[in-house]
Design a protein around this ligand. Structure first.
Ligand code: SF4
Length: 234
């Protein structure tokens, strides 16, 4: 009698089948539970059970997103939540990265429509002309040690990452840009923190400078002569 018709083989196959079934059921149940926690966090504006949610999301992100959609969550809310979650997951590693190994990428749509700066192979070179709030923020970010790039798109980001090898980055932009940027960073092994703009669009968008400053200071001591950028954005 062939081994494949033996009792041992059949028992083994049944066991493997049962384990696989329980594993799949377990994953589905865990994803449903995580989706419910995520939905409650989004609808109540509070981060519930982050110690369960964060590792759970690492394992089951795709499934949880699918269940969140089934629970009727809006795409925008879902993307915002996942950016917040990713930022939370990356905060520790970001804080532990020396500032010399960090970079920040600002979108060029933040500049004034009358911006006199020129586009160079390393992005826009801000002249701090005072026409928009990019100038003084770039000065501040550079004063605490950041390499700052004002870029027209993700191609520039990839090129600068390839050239300067930062280990951690802050990305500023609209919701979908941040989502794509965080995913791209995950793929290339960069620690990323995303800051979503207060006003979207193609020209004269507005960054959440207070959030940019807070992210930039993660793991650093605030400079003694720091300017308070928590005032209203220009
Ligand atoms: S501050 Fe910089 S980015 Fe803003 S308009 Fe002037 S040169 Fe352009």
């Amino acid at each position: 009698m062939s081994f494949f018709y033996s009792g041992i083989w059949i028992q083994l196959m049944i066991l493997i089948g049962e384990v696989t079934l329980f594993f799949i059921l377990g994953m589905l149940l865990a994803a449903v539970a995580l989706a419910i926690i995520a939905a409650a966090s989004i609808t109540r504006g509070k981060f519930y059970l982050p110690r369960i949610l964060i590792p759970g999301m690492v394992l089951l992100e795709g499934l949880v997103k699918a269940f969140c959609k089934l629970l009727g969550l809006d795409d925008k809310d879902l993307v915002t939540f996942f950016i917040t979650l990713r930022n939370t997951m990356n905060t520790k590693a970001f804080s532990e990265t020396p500032v010399e190994q960090r970079a920040i990428f600002l979108p060029q749509c933040l500049r004034s429509a009358q911006c006199p700066a020129n586009l160079t192979p390393e992005g826009l070179k801000c002249r701090n002309c005072g026409r928009c709030s990019v100038g003084k923020n770039v000065v501040w970010l550079e004063s605490i040690g950041y390499r700052v790039f004002i870029v027209p798109g993700s191609t520039f980001i990839k090129r600068m990452v390839k050239k300067y090898h930062p280990q951690a980055i802050i990305g500023v932009g609209c919701l979908m840009e941040i989502k794509d940027g965080i995913e791209m960073s995950d793929r290339i092994g960069l620690v990323a923190i995303g800051v979503v703009n207060l006003k979207d669009g193609c020209v004269e968008t507005i960054a959440d400078w207070a959030a940019v400053r807070d992210a930039a200071l993660l793991g650093l001591k605030p400079p003694s002569d720091a300017v308070d950028f928590h005032g209203p954005a220009e």
